[in-house]
Design a binder for this molecule. Structure first.
Ligand code: ATP
Ligand code: MG
Length: 511
């Protein structure tokens, strides 16, 4: 028993964990340890039983011999999977055990028994649809490969925060309940706020800019934003985490430089998560096998449908659609971005950039690429997914799109002074996925006011925002990065819901 300061009562008493399962290795052989976790699986062979205990770092084998420890044997073999236990025992080498060692228990404590049956298996290798998994997310999150996604998220956030801190950015918090729409769109959730109608903020944009007027110089915020978009896609959520920065005395190229650095740090930190990458890959191996089985079944069903369709065709009736096989997952291999092109303006070498860094690509070139692939798009259009797919063929990794048409960008985006139809706005993409939008902002109050009117917004609603511009606003730039989009790219997940603990989409607010 591991001693604590003083006697403690309650269920835990003086029991405390000494090791996570994943932290026990050769060096612990012969030692007494206390592990705590969930009963992953029990194999009872009569005279001996093997119990796998699991925590967030992995699992290990507890070996129970009926003849030597009859009470402990009896206390544990009848437990349901996912019950919570603590075990004190000796780490003993055993080449037959899954990790080359086992724990021979001296004392055990059952802290909570799990009900049966489980609505979603944790140890079972059974295919479950994403919706079923999200309905039972607390169980889904117990799987190590799922937990690993969130551990990677934690690591990259830590890296990005440190990176921004190192670049002189100060972390701030701005209100999420607001009276005005940031961009005047209709994509806002209303909130009853005492006697008034307010909204959940769709972006910290206006507040970030006000802080530039306040002299904060370089700030960042990591917080939720809310968008009442009626999308039902694999990359849109109605609540997501935005990493926002704003910096003074800086143009869009300065903001791009900061973004490139921060993303590079995030990728590097993710690439260092070797255990997590390995557990995600173990999960994918199992998943791919399950998908094979599901697809075999789909194949059988499709044969039947094809047969039916022959008959339906002969009868001139409507044909049944074939079932779509499930896509398998590639192994995850996160590699740091080696070289980058930080100085675009003077000595930008496009070939070099395409090979090694994050190229800066003009919007015009994107239109050109899409048009050459016969996508119907022209200067002034937003880049549709169809257009983005063609650009992805040329730029499959991270790249910036710059020089956007002013007309399709928000009122606060600064146009180029000599070519006002093009603006100082940029996106960071990975292939066809947008990760970040940013720009140099307008800091001239009269241009801002006329832009608002042009976008059919009432400057009166923006009084609080416009005031700082009248009393000394420096030129400034910034961006907003969708954390979940970056996580999708890093972990190779196809659905953004996979990288959110409890996603909010049009159809889901529970759990
Ligand atoms: P998209 O065109 O992909 O819908 P957007 O241009 O409307 O995005 P911005 O207003 O530029 O989005 O938001 C900044 C960033 O926030 C985006 O680059 C993206 O990474 C992320 N983002 C935007 N909308 C969503 C959403 N609905 N769900 C998840 N992330 C989002
Ligand atoms: Mg955008």
């Amino acid at each position: 028993m591991i001693e604590n300061k003083g006697e403690r009562d309650g269920m835990l008493g003086n029991w405390r964990r000494t090791h996570f399962c994943g932290d026990i290795w050769k060096y612990s052989y012969g030692r007494t340890v206390v592990v705590a976790g969930w009963v992953h699986d029990i194999r009872n062979l009569g005279g001996v039983a093997f119990l796998q205990i699991r925590d967030r770092t992995g699992s290990l084998q507890i070996t129970l011999e009926k003849s030597t420890i009859p009470e402990i044997f009896d206390a544990l073999v009848g437990l349901s999977r996912e019950s919570v236990i603590m075990v004190e025992g000796t780490v003993t080498e055993n080449p037959q055990a899954p990790r080359g060692f086992e724990i021979i228990p001296g004392k055990v404590k059952v802290l909570a028994e799990s009900a049966v049956p489980l609505p979603l298996g944790v140890a079972d290798k059974v295919f479950a649809e994403l919706d079923t998994r999200l309905d039972n997310r607390f169980l889904d999150l117990r799987k190590r490969e799922i937990y690993s996604i969130f551990k990677i998220k934690h690591e990259i956030l830590d890296g990005m925060i440190r990176g921004l801190h190192g670049l002189g950015f100060v972390q701030v918090q701005t209100p999420k309940i607001v009276a005005t729409a940031t961009e005047g769109g209709t994509e806002l959730f209303g909130v009853d706020y005492f006697d008034n109608k307010c909204y959940l903020n769709q972006s910290p944009q206006l507040y970030k800019q006000m802080l530039m007027g306040a002299g904060f110089d370089r700030i960042f915020e990591i917080g939720p934003v809310f968008r009442a978009e009626e999308h039902d896609t694999v990359r849109h959520l109605n609540e997501f985490i935005s990493i926002d920065i704003e910096m003074s005395f800086a143009d869009e190229w300065d903001a791009i430089d900061v973004l490139e650095k921060v993303v590079r740090i995030a990728v590097e930190r993710a690439s260092e998560c070797r255990n997590e990458i390995e557990s995600i890959n173990d999960g994918r191996k199992t998943l791919n096998k399950l998908i094979n089985k599901v697809n075999m079944n789909i194949g059988v069903q499709n044969k039947r449908i094809k047969k039916d369709n022959q008959r339906l065709k002969a009868a001139g009736e409507e044909l049944k659609p074939l079932l779509k096989p499930k896509e398998k997952y590639d192994a995850l291999d996160i590699k740091p971005i080696k070289k980058t092109v930080l100085s675009y303006m003077d000595n930008y070498n496009e070939e070099e950039a395409k090979k090694s860094g994050m190229p800066r690509v003009k919007y015009e070139e994107c239109i050109d690429i899409a048009q050459r692939k016969r996508v119907a798009v022209e200067f002034g259009d937003d880049l549709s997914m169809e257009a983005m797919k063609t650009i992805e063929e040329v730029y499959p990794s991270y790249y910036f799109i710059t020089h956007w048409p002013t007309e399709i960008k928000p009122f606060y985006v600064q146009p180029y002074e000599n070519t006002p139809e093009v603006c100082r706005s940029f996106d960071l993409n990975f292939g066809s996925k947008e990760i970040t939008s940013g720009a140099q902002r307008v800091h001239d109050i009269s241009l801002l006011e006329s832009n608002l009117v042009e976008k059919n917004l009432d400057p009166k609603n923006f009084d609080f925002y416009l005031a700082p511009f009248r009393f000394g606003m420096p030129p400034h730039s910034g961006w907003g990065l969708g954390l979940e989009r970056l996580m999708m790219v890093l972990t190779g997940m196809r659905n953004v819901r996979e990288v959110v603990l409890f996603p909010r989409d049009r159809y889901r607010v529970i759990p």
